[in-house]
Design a protein around this ligand. Structure first.
Ligand SMILES: Cc1cc2nc3c(=O)[nH]c(=O)nc-3n(C[C@H](O)[C@H](O)[C@H](O)COP(=O)(O)OP(=O)(O)OC[C@H]3O[C@@H](n4cnc5c(N)ncnc54)[C@H](O)[C@@H]3O)c2cc1C
Length: 219
């Protein structure tokens, strides 16, 4: 959104930084308490049998480029009612399933093919989830899926990144981009700035940007 000369200067600061991963997310509205179906905790990590090491996580990200039926990726199930989230209403509860995703899994498809493949994956992942938590499948009254394509469209981040720049060992901590930018008066208050990555990182960057901007304003 910057004018071309400023955009060039701005972008040059971040060359060499890769965007972080994207995610797929399935949102389920459930009647009755998910705890009654074994979802006792806020977060439950599901690891398929092919995954025998955390190193295999990276192999999960491109899996949704294929049609379902050739293996399932690891995913996390979140029972938002396990904490006082305020997200349950009228006896229905929110449960989400989330896993790694890549924009390249989806952006090659036209709108119709995208819709079909998304529905197939949603069905396959919900089937796996329902097998693991007996009886919960019959309790689902609403379902919706977001993919890396959704993240790219609504967050407007490169490749649908959800954690700002990737937290690789050489691009984290002090070498992470500062909240100050080469454009005077423009501050980064987001997961793309230091310390970055996720909700807490974005909040701390926001706080940092505020202090720095306030210091400049009063100097
Ligand atoms: C499914 C999912 C699960 C997650 N789980 C966790 C978790 O458990 N823990 C954790 O720490 N993090 C998690 N994250 C990551 C975390 O939510 C993000 O890293 C964090 O919210 C980023 O904050 P932000 O302020 O940088 O960006 P955002 O929260 O994305 O805010 C940027 C805003 O800018 C808007 N925008 C974009 N372009 C424009 C434009 N041109 N004009 C106007 N507005 C625009 C976007 O719509 C968006 O509202 C998760 C993310 C997802 C998608």
């Amino acid at each position: 959104m910057l004018p071309a000369p400023e955009r060039q200067i701005f972008n040059a600061t971040y060359s060499g930084f890769e965007p972080s991963t994207s995610l797929w997310c399935i949102y389920l509205q459930i009647t009755g308490n998910p705890k009654d179906h074994g979802l006792l905790h806020h977060s439950t990590f599901i690891f398929p049998t092919w995954m025998t090491s955390l190193r295999h996580y990276r192999d999960a990200a491109p899996m949704l480029s294929l049609a379902p039926g050739q293996g399932l990726p690891p995913y996390v199930v979140v029972n938002h009612s396990a904490i006082d989230s305020g997200l349950s209403c009228n006896g229905t509860h929110l449960v989400t399933l989330t896993g790694l995703d890549r924009l390249s899994n989806w952006d090659v498809l036209d709108k119709r093919a995208y819709g079909i493949k998304k529905r197939q994956w949603m069905q396959s992942l919900i089937h796996d989830f329902s097998e693991r938590f007996a009886g919960i499948g019959e309790r689902i009254v609403m379902r919706e899926m977001a993919t890396a394509r959704t993240m790219s469209r609504y967050l407007n981040t490169p490749n649908g990144a959800v954690y700002g720049f990737a937290q690789t060992p050489v691009k984290t901590g002090r070498v992470r981009p500062d909240v100050a930018t080469p454009i005077k008066g423009l501050w980064l208050s987001s997961a793309f700035a230091m310390p970055g990555g996720g909700i807490t990182g974005a909040m701390l960057a926001g706080q940092r940007a505020w202090y720095r901007a306030a210091a400049v304003a009063t100097s």
